[in-house]
Design a protein around this ligand. Structure first.
Ligand code: ADP
Ligand code: MG
Length: 352
């Protein structure tokens, strides 16, 4: 099979390449021409674009379940769309492969196709190239938001409550103890939540947790403080609240005595690969968020609060988050926890 056969067999003929919002117009053209021509944007919508690469030996290993890899390749981009409050529209897929392996492609395309269909995002093109060394999968996803309504990192306000969706901590726990855990292999992008936060204008700011809560919270604070012309913001986060959203694997480890509750909270603070949403909302949004949580059947946990700092930006050290342990006393988190996942750190075996 050559490159054209591959595209035809696994992608151009798939339902994801025929259905999906971005192709929902008689003048729209998907895979097969020099470029795709998408449906006209609905009135008053902006296009949101995000791209992510998954590289062999960096983000996954050769023996990964290819169906899970297909799912994850799209899921990480959908998670970015969710964090912006966007609705999925269309995506492209670039494959860098050493060879054409039919069973692998069959499983990979099934993983990506199934997730695409679930969210109505159309596969509209891509590129397929042969490489000598590491393989890679690159997805570029497009979504729509109402004009001026995208959820941004820079929108935090003093008094906001900080919320996280779902659970945290199982990503890091799985990396070390259980590489086949669902959280690592089959992340579930929180699209319905992101869209509801955006459309109901419930949140001031949002980010998805791909590199760890502590590190993502740092991004929200830094960008929001910069946006406020140096009027710095700080956050207070309590382990007493964070313990309410520990992942099931982590809870299991605590109840078996393999971890203390405090260690589990630290794990939740540093764990990347979560693909949950961290967002900030005014206290007045609380009843709507409770209702939304019920409607979506998705846990939403308030983990802390944002405040105006007494110091200006130049006086603040990097630590804009105050963490409080289970005894209520302030904790100093290690640099490793605060930094989150760093792609340019010395390589280590990270994922199975
Ligand atoms: P070109 O030489 O113009 O780049 P290609 O031969 O690379 O064209 O691609 C032919 C068509 O197949 C294009 O519409 C392209 O978008 C699509 N395509 C190529 N690879 C993929 C892929 N991995 N997934 C989806 N569509 C693809
Ligand atoms: Mg090409």
């Amino acid at each position: 099979m050559d490159e054209f056969g591959l595209i035809q067999t696994y992608f151009a003929g798939s339902r994801a390449a025929k259905e999906g919002h971005g192709l929902g117009h008689k003048q729209a053209i998907g895979i097969g021409d020099d470029a795709a021509v998408l449906a006209p944007l609905p009135q008053g919508q902006q296009l949101v674009v995000t791209t992510d690469s998954l590289v062999e030996n960096q983000h996954y290993f050769s023996d990964v379940n290819p169906e899970a890899l297909g799912h994850k390749a799209l899921a990480v981009s959908l998670s970015d769309l969710a964090a912006m409050g966007a609705r999925p529209w269309a995506f492209t897929l670039n494959l860098h492969l050493r060879s054409i392996r039919k069973p692998w492609l069959e499983a990979f395309s099934s993983g990506i196709n199934t997730l695409a269909l679930k969210h109505g995002i159309a596969l509209v093109g891509g590129d397929t190239v042969r490489v000598q060394a590491e393989e890679a999968v690159v997805v570029t996803a497009m979504g729509l938001v109402p004009l001026g309504q995208a959820l941004l990192r820079k929108g935090l306000e003093p008094g906001d409550e900080l919320w996280v969706s779902g659970s945290l901590g199982d990503g890091a726990w799985a990396l070390e103890h259980q590489p086949l855990a669902a959280k690592l292999l089959w992340p579930e992008p929180r699209l319905a939540l992101g869209q509801a936060l955006c459309e109901q204008q419930l949140a001031h700011a949002a980010i998805d947790v791909s590199d760890g809560l502590a590190s993502e919270l740092g991004h929200l604070l830094q960008q929001s403080s910069a946006h406020r012309q140096g009027l710095a913001l700080v956050a207070h986060v309590q382990f007493e609240s964070l313990r309410q959203c520990l992942g099931p694997e982590l809870q299991g480890a605590v109840s078996q005595g393999r971890l203390s509750l405090e260690q589990a909270c630290l794990c939740a603070a540093r764990s990347g690969d979560e693909y949950e949403l961290l967002f900030a909302a005014p206290v007045s949004a609380r009843p709507s968020l409770r209702a939304l949580s019920e409607q979506l059947d998705l846990r939403l946990t308030s983990i802390g609060r944002v405040e105006q700092s007494q110091m200006d930006q130049t006086q603040l050290n990097k630590q804009q988050v105050h963490w409080y342990g289970l005894d209520g006393k302030e904790l100093l988190l290690s640099q490793e926890v605060l930094a989150g996942f760093n792609h340019f750190q010395e390589p280590q075996r990270e994922k199975a």
